[in-house]
Design a protein around this ligand. Sequence first.
Ligand SMILES: [Zn+2]
Length: 666
Amino acid sequence: EAKQAYTKGKSTESALHLVVNSIEKSLNIKEYALIAFLDIEGAFNNVLPTAITESLTELGVEPPMVRLIHKLLISRMVTATLGTSTQTRLVNRGTPQGGVLSPLLWNIAVNKLLRILEGGGCKVVAYADDVAIIFNGKYPQTLCDLMTAKLKMLSEWTIANGLGVNPSKTELVLFTNRYKIPQLNPPILNNCNLSFSDHARYLELVLDKRLKWGLNNQERTKKATIALYSCKKAIGLRWGMSPRIVNWIYTAVVQPILLYGVALWWTALHKQCILTPLNKVQRMAALCISGALRTTPNEALNAILNLPSLDLAGMERAKSAAIRLRDTGQWKAQLYGHAKILQHDKSIPKITDLCKSIEYSHTPFEALIPDREEWEQGRPGTTDAICFYTDGSKLKGQVGGGVYSEQLDIRKSFRLPNHCSVFQAEVHAIKEALTCLGNLSLQRGHLNIYSDSQAAIKSIYSTNTNSRTIADCRRSLHEMANQFTISLIWVPGHRDIVGNCIADELARQGTTKPLLPGEESVGMPMATCKLNIKNHFNTLANTHWQNAPQCRISHQTWPVINNKKTSELLKLSRTECGMLIRALTGHWLVGAHAGRLKAPQNDFCRSCRDEEEVETVEHLLCFCPALCRFRLKHLGSPFIDDLTEISEINLKSISAFIKSSGWKTC
Ligand SMILES: [Zn+2]
């Protein structure tokens, strides 16, 4: 459990979750957590082959395989050429750089170390060569003494295996809320007294000793800003800086850096000192994307570009991450700290369809996808087999499935929860067919299961899955395969194949049946769950926008956040996009606003030259008589009642109108 890297489904997030959890546990009961963060030097380059082969033998790997791996590790020749001189050396340490087996071999070697260290109140979390040794307790001096003992064991193991730990690179933090800390004799590593730090960096996250996350925030914003400008420079030269590309840079590169590991520090998102710097980076990006004037309010810019404030974006990301960890069995829920995120949230399903990734070493059934011509020559598959037709269906938001077998006189309909997908119903129907068959206690034979979902058949046949529904279906297939020779066969839909039509009808009937207890547990697909969370936060962002003070003009021209309209805006050129945003927000060089920005100012309208008319956005877009003709041509009417009507007009037309008015340079 402690070893995280290069294991399928494990991430830095799950390693950090374990570390932060144990710190929060101590802070919550006003105790101490002493953690040493170590970096095993030259892990992959220097590890002795014997460390790996000994661990492999202990794991019960067969001797010929162990010898083969040993041979691979000790007999590599490396040749380097520089100019005219060539040197060849035998490499007999470390694991091959970039080898597919290398991470696994390192994991196996380091696993032994973890087993040596664990126990005696000590927790170890390792991700690749980054190791954290954790002690929790009431008496800091005792923790230091215990740490010294563990570090001695660690040091001995690393030396014996050709590795090292450098005391000067080891960070030691005593996590506590207390201000008065007694004088302590620090832990010792390789005869060096370690010194206490106020913070440590572990897997790119900065953990400060009170877990206030301020330093981490500084680091996040700094890295994100650098990334924003270097991406702009690198991509800009080649592709030009269209709004769409800068928007992509921000959402795909910069925001993930800003919000890295937010599942662990979301508790700090409500603090202005944390949130303001994050939103400042987003604002820089928003100005780059849109070419808006620097006075444009944040709220208006965020609403028009559909970039929710980072407290909302952060919570959305944190919840998805927590669900992913929970459903893959890596989450330890707590009533305090970051691990309380899923508590009391009714919008989050108790279980999703996501599960720990499973690999199948053998597949005891076949899958056939015959083409339509083959079906025209008669039903594919063994002729003397028991045949089942299965189908899934979703009607009026309700999901059901059907199973039909003529020979066995089985017609079954079942219902699944509304959050399920048709795909899940199709897979579940195949499982139901097997359950029906199992209840009949028949002798051995051939079994053909026909389904009109190629996606379902292919996913079931795949050698790995992280779907609970598929894993359940596979389990039934493996059981039944002891008795039957099973073929999953695709049947073309809508082809008047009788069995399939009956199964389809049964599935339709299934959608209106009541939900039975066993069927309630079929989890929501992770994609649906993520979408629900996204929608929830979009609604919050919209409410936030509607309640934002000021932004009088933007509220009228862009009343609700609209993803489709934003994408249209981003497709325009930077000049056009900037022009539109300036007009729609009222932050442009017109009338009084130009004066505020110390730009040349006109006291009266430059188009109609009516000395009574002040230059304003309303006047230009809606009323100016001099522009009637253009308004009629592009916006469909010579005059417009008020700015709210502008929100109904498509962006291209508004853009064409402003261009023709001659005000576009404002
Ligand atoms: Zn005018």
